[in-house]
Design a protein around this ligand. Structure first.
Ligand code: HSE
Length: 380
């Protein structure tokens, strides 16, 4: 199955198998380091043919998936990147006490109050939906699996909270069985979850699984391009999250139904500049392109109290660019050094309070080039 998927992806089976094993060389061609595609019609995730039940390789295994910044301004639904410091962890364990082939969520832990809203029903919970998709793809029939989810990301924050849970679960279950699914099959499993809980978009779950910057070139077939930001160049994300929830479904409902030709041309050119800036490691151009969304940001900004003033404060404090992170309410600013990032974050927090009446918290992050990874495992 992995070999077949790899053939579609134009990458070798060995590089397409386990993401925790696969590490692209930073010296590889920047644009096409990973170019993988899978047809949603032919994907193993929807196949019903019988094949051997895969044997588990571990009794339990934990995976971490990072926060993500989606859209990056003009890249609505097709550009996103992973950022370090924040994320979710899922442990998948063989459960001898439950019926073979079943999945349960035994516990959800978190220091964040919003996580008390999460359901332990695997058909509703993001981690559960993605884990079930992976179990279906692998045709797991002989063992039951139980998940524990540790939420590090607040819900509805614009930091890819649902995608991080889905990505960590997909990778944990896949790796429990030795990692037979390809990266794009894992993203596809995560997309099943995104579709159910927030909307059909891979700009969070793609980078949460693959790391770095990811361009979703196509959804049918799913085709993902990783864009390598050059090693050795500093890129700092200032993530300022106000005390305010903006559910992605609600923020998507606010989007314009039509786009004018003028706005299409403007946003397309900015998105193309953004891709060039990533590949060149040009933080100034990257920030300027991120700041230039003329379609989505103007319709969502009024729904986030203080957003316009926070962006102004970030740019005045020296950020190269600023926009809404994902569907918001987190606002992301870019700069090229951590110290500047801290200063910009303080100004943005002040502006959220003075302009929007909201308390906010700033986190200064770097690019997470790795994506979802195994952090612990127990052999059989
Ligand atoms: N592209 C999605 C949106 C990302 O903006 O609705 C949500 O995090």
């Amino acid at each position: 199955m992995a070999a077949a998927a790899a053939a579609q992806c134009n990458i070798s089976p060995s590089t397409s198998r386990s993401h925790s094993i696969y590490r692209p060389s930073p010296t590889h061609l920047r644009l096409s380091t990973v170019r993988c595609c899978v047809s949603l019609q032919t994907s193993s995730l929807t196949s019903t043919t019988t094949s051997p039940d895969p044997p588990p390789h571990f009794t339990s295994l934990s995976a971490f998936a990072p926060a993500t910044v989606a859209n990056l301004g003009p890249g609505f639904d097709f550009l996103g990147c992973a950022v370090d410091s924040l994320g979710d962890t899922v442990t998948a364990a063989i459960d001898p006490a439950s019926p073979p082939g079943s999945l349960s969520i035994s516990s959800i832990t978190s220091d964040l109050p919003s996580s008390s809203k999460l359901s332990r029903d695997p058909h509703v919970n993001c981690a559960g939906i993605a884990a079930l998709a992976v179990m279906r793809a692998l045709r797991v029939r002989s063992v039951a699996i139980s998940l524990t989810l540790h939420k590090g990301l607040p819900l509805g924050s614009g930091l890819g909270s649902s995608a991080a849970s889905a990505a960590a679960a997909a990778v944990a279950v896949n790796e429990l069985f030795g990692g037979p699914l390809s990266l794009s099959e894992l993203v596809h499993a995560g997309l099943e979850s995104e579709k159910k809980v927030s909307g059909y978009h891979a700009d969070n779950v793609g980078p949460a699984i693959m790391g770095g910057f990811v361009l979703i070139r196509s959804y049918e077939p799913l085709e993902l391009l990783r864009l390598n930001f050059p090693e050795g160049k500093e890129l700092v994300f200032v993530l300022v999250s106000p005390d305010f929830e903006a559910p992605t479904k609600k923020m998507r409902a606010a989007l314009p139904a039509d786009v004018s030709m003028k706005d299409h041309v403007k946003n397309s050119s900015q998105a193309a500049a953004l891709v060039a800036a990533v590949l060149q490691g040009d933080v100034r151009l990257l920030g300027s392109a991120v700041s230039s969304d003329g379609i989505v940001e103007p319709t969502r900004a009024p729904l986030i109290p203080g957003m316009v003033g926070v962006k102004k404060a970030a740019l005045e404090a020296g950020a190269t660019g600023c926009t809404i992170s994902g569907a918001g309410p987190t606002v992301v600013a870019l700069t090229d050094c951590e110290e500047k990032g801290k200063y910009i974050g303080e100004r943005m927090v002040e502006a959220f309070l003075s302009e929007g009446g909201l308390k906010a918290k700033a986190t200064v992050s770097q690019l997470d080039r790795v994506g979802a990874r195994v952090i612990d495992k127990n052999a059989l």
